[in-house]
Design a protein around this ligand. Structure first.
Ligand code: HEM
Length: 102
Protein backbone atom coordinates (compact mmCIF):
# COMPACT_ATOMS: atom_id res chain seq x y z
CA UNK A 1 0.00 0.00 0.00
CA UNK A 2 1.26 3.42 -0.93
CA UNK A 3 1.66 6.05 1.74
CA UNK A 4 -1.20 8.60 1.59
CA UNK A 5 -0.56 12.33 2.13
CA UNK A 6 -3.07 15.17 2.53
CA UNK A 7 -2.41 18.65 1.17
CA UNK A 8 -1.75 19.67 4.76
CA UNK A 9 0.89 16.96 5.22
CA UNK A 10 2.67 18.13 2.07
CA UNK A 11 2.43 21.80 3.09
CA UNK A 12 4.68 21.16 6.09
CA UNK A 13 7.59 20.24 3.84
CA UNK A 14 8.16 23.77 2.59
CA UNK A 15 11.87 24.52 2.92
CA UNK A 16 15.03 23.91 0.90
CA UNK A 17 16.10 21.30 3.47
CA UNK A 18 12.76 19.49 3.41
CA UNK A 19 10.70 20.02 0.28
CA UNK A 20 7.77 18.02 -1.05
CA UNK A 21 5.76 18.59 -4.22
CA UNK A 22 2.52 17.24 -5.68
CA UNK A 23 2.38 16.51 -9.40
CA UNK A 24 -0.63 14.74 -10.90
CA UNK A 25 -1.85 13.46 -7.52
CA UNK A 26 1.47 11.91 -6.61
CA UNK A 27 3.73 13.16 -3.83
CA UNK A 28 7.46 13.67 -4.28
CA UNK A 29 10.24 14.41 -1.80
CA UNK A 30 12.37 16.68 -3.99
CA UNK A 31 14.77 17.83 -1.25
CA UNK A 32 17.75 16.19 -2.93
CA UNK A 33 16.76 17.55 -6.34
CA UNK A 34 16.61 21.25 -5.42
CA UNK A 35 20.26 21.91 -6.29
CA UNK A 36 20.11 19.80 -9.47
CA UNK A 37 17.06 21.35 -11.14
CA UNK A 38 18.01 22.84 -14.55
CA UNK A 39 15.30 25.46 -14.01
CA UNK A 40 16.85 26.58 -10.72
CA UNK A 41 16.22 26.14 -7.02
CA UNK A 42 14.10 29.23 -6.38
CA UNK A 43 11.20 28.10 -8.53
CA UNK A 44 11.05 24.70 -6.84
CA UNK A 45 10.96 26.29 -3.39
CA UNK A 46 8.28 28.70 -4.62
CA UNK A 47 6.12 25.98 -6.18
CA UNK A 48 6.96 23.33 -3.58
CA UNK A 49 4.90 22.14 -0.61
CA UNK A 50 1.80 22.15 -2.83
CA UNK A 51 0.29 20.98 -6.10
CA UNK A 52 2.63 22.14 -8.87
CA UNK A 53 1.00 20.11 -11.67
CA UNK A 54 -0.03 23.29 -13.55
CA UNK A 55 3.35 25.06 -13.44
CA UNK A 56 5.15 21.78 -14.20
CA UNK A 57 3.03 21.27 -17.35
CA UNK A 58 3.21 24.91 -18.43
CA UNK A 59 6.99 24.69 -18.74
CA UNK A 60 6.62 21.85 -21.25
CA UNK A 61 9.02 19.59 -19.38
CA UNK A 62 10.58 16.80 -21.45
CA UNK A 63 9.70 13.11 -21.01
CA UNK A 64 13.12 12.84 -19.33
CA UNK A 65 12.08 15.41 -16.73
CA UNK A 66 8.90 13.47 -16.00
CA UNK A 67 10.89 10.25 -15.75
CA UNK A 68 13.15 11.86 -13.13
CA UNK A 69 10.17 12.15 -10.82
CA UNK A 70 10.11 8.38 -10.27
CA UNK A 71 13.23 8.65 -8.13
CA UNK A 72 11.57 11.07 -5.71
CA UNK A 73 8.16 9.42 -5.34
CA UNK A 74 7.02 8.91 -1.75
CA UNK A 75 3.26 8.31 -2.07
CA UNK A 76 -0.20 9.32 -3.23
CA UNK A 77 -2.26 12.43 -2.59
CA UNK A 78 -5.37 11.78 -0.49
CA UNK A 79 -8.12 12.50 -3.04
CA UNK A 80 -10.43 13.66 -0.24
CA UNK A 81 -8.05 16.34 1.03
CA UNK A 82 -8.47 20.01 0.12
CA UNK A 83 -5.68 22.43 -0.81
CA UNK A 84 -4.40 24.64 2.01
CA UNK A 85 -2.69 28.03 1.90
CA UNK A 86 1.03 27.40 1.69
CA UNK A 87 3.74 29.78 2.82
CA UNK A 88 6.75 28.85 0.76
CA UNK A 89 10.23 29.42 2.14
CA UNK A 90 10.59 32.23 -0.41
CA UNK A 91 7.43 33.93 0.80
CA UNK A 92 8.58 33.74 4.39
CA UNK A 93 11.90 35.31 3.46
CA UNK A 94 10.13 38.22 1.74
CA UNK A 95 7.93 38.78 4.76
CA UNK A 96 10.96 38.80 7.07
CA UNK A 97 12.90 41.18 4.82
CA UNK A 98 9.96 43.56 4.86
CA UNK A 99 9.72 43.51 8.64
CA UNK A 100 13.46 44.15 9.00
CA UNK A 101 13.11 47.41 7.07
CA UNK A 102 10.55 48.88 9.47
C1 HEM B 1 10.43 17.69 -9.25
C2 HEM B 1 9.85 18.25 -10.29
C3 HEM B 1 10.66 18.74 -11.47
C4 HEM B 1 11.59 18.08 -12.21
C5 HEM B 1 12.05 16.63 -12.07
C6 HEM B 1 12.08 19.03 -13.20
C7 HEM B 1 13.05 18.74 -14.14
C8 HEM B 1 13.49 19.62 -15.10
C9 HEM B 1 14.40 19.29 -16.17
C10 HEM B 1 15.04 17.93 -16.40
C11 HEM B 1 14.58 20.41 -16.90
C12 HEM B 1 15.45 20.56 -18.19
C13 HEM B 1 14.54 20.66 -19.40
C14 HEM B 1 13.70 19.43 -19.60
O1 HEM B 1 14.25 18.30 -19.63
O2 HEM B 1 12.46 19.57 -19.72
C15 HEM B 1 13.79 21.45 -16.30
C16 HEM B 1 13.72 22.76 -16.76
C17 HEM B 1 12.92 23.73 -16.22
N1 HEM B 1 12.05 23.59 -15.16
FE1 HEM B 1 11.76 21.92 -14.09
N2 HEM B 1 11.44 20.22 -13.03
C18 HEM B 1 10.55 20.09 -11.99
C19 HEM B 1 9.68 21.01 -11.51
C20 HEM B 1 9.53 22.28 -12.00
C21 HEM B 1 8.54 23.23 -11.58
C22 HEM B 1 7.46 22.98 -10.54
C23 HEM B 1 8.74 24.36 -12.28
C24 HEM B 1 7.90 25.58 -12.11
C25 HEM B 1 7.49 26.33 -13.07
C26 HEM B 1 9.88 24.15 -13.16
C27 HEM B 1 10.43 25.05 -14.04
C28 HEM B 1 11.42 24.79 -14.95
C29 HEM B 1 11.93 25.77 -15.91
C30 HEM B 1 11.50 27.24 -15.99
C31 HEM B 1 12.84 25.10 -16.70
C32 HEM B 1 13.60 25.66 -17.88
C33 HEM B 1 15.00 26.04 -17.54
C34 HEM B 1 15.71 26.51 -18.79
O3 HEM B 1 15.68 25.82 -19.81
O4 HEM B 1 16.29 27.60 -18.73
N3 HEM B 1 10.33 22.86 -12.98
N4 HEM B 1 13.14 20.94 -15.21
Amino acid sequence: MAQIYTHEDVSKHNTRDDLYMIIDNKVYDITKFVDEHPGGDEILIEEGAKDASGPFDDVGHSPDARQMLVKYYVGELDPESKPVVVQSANTLKTVNDGAAGK
